[in-house]
Design a protein. Structure first.
Lengths: 117, 116
């Protein structure tokens, strides 16, 4: 029962370095999301995807890129890391929503703690 | 825009005490409302939800009622346990753009510590 799996769990980067965070879900969910969690601010949506090959910007997309080449995977990339991107990153997935299914809850991974020095 | 205002913590209670964590929201339309719980070192887990006015969500002894007239979704539990110690997030879910995707807007979280 893996659910949503994020790798890595921890990473320390230097300013200007690049890296990719991987999210994998085994629930056959259509929708996937990347959030960042900062102290006192709750979670904020970075990017999301409603299906394989499609992505869209969320509330705080600057400095990040994403890709959804396979339905089960959603990658978050930092091309040139900045200290302001120090945060805990959460991936989530959900079934598609609609009149029949209603609002579906999002299922979260355990997070990736990223520090940018 | 959408927003969620949550009771500030931290909250410290003794075991078997009554818990209330206040949550109010601002949103257009009729959002779904959720409470998520985050245990140390883990991701967020759905605790309960309500999708329309006057709905009551409940799970593991926790309850919250969707009050449209007061735009509130307060979390309650009659008798807390040490194992309930965690951070609790209130959230509302609204459409993303014109499609069917949904966005969660979270409150800032309330840290609950229950002492034996």
């Amino acid at each position: 029962n893996a659910g949503v799996t994020q790798t890595p769990k921890f990473r320390v980067l230097k300013t200007g370095q690049s890296m990719t965070l991987l999210c994998a879900q085994d629930m056959n969910h259509e929708y996937m999301y990347w959030y960042r969690q900062d102290p006192g601010m709750g979670l904020r949506l970075i990017h999301y995807s409603v299906g394989e090959g499609t992505t869209a910007k969320g509330e705080v997309p600057d400095g990040y890129n994403v890709s959804r080449l396979k339905k089960q995977n959603f990658l978050l990339g930092l091309e040139s890391a900045a200290p302001s991107q120090t945060s805990v990153y959460f991936c989530a997935s959900s079934r598609s929503t609609g009149a029949v299914l209603g609002n579906q809850p999002q299922h979260f991974g355990d997070g990736t703690r990223l520090s940018i020095l | 825009g959408n927003s969620v205002t949550q009771m500030e913590g931290p909250v410290t209670l003794s075991e078997e005490a009554f818990l209330t964590i206040n949550c109010t929201y601002t949103a257009t339309g009729y959002p779904s409302l959720f409470w998520y719980v985050q245990y140390p070192g883990e991701g967020l887990q759905l605790l309960l939800k309500a999708t329309k006015a006057d709905d009551k969500g409940s799970n593991k002894g926790f309850e919250a009622t969707y009050r449209k007239e007061t735009t509130s979704f307060h979390l309650e539990k009659g008798s807390v346990q040490v194992s309930d110690s965690a951070v609790y997030f209130c959230a509302l879910q609204t459409p993303l753009g014109s499609g069917s995707a949904r966005q969660l807007t979270f409150g800032s979280g309330t840290q609950l510590t229950v002492l034996p």
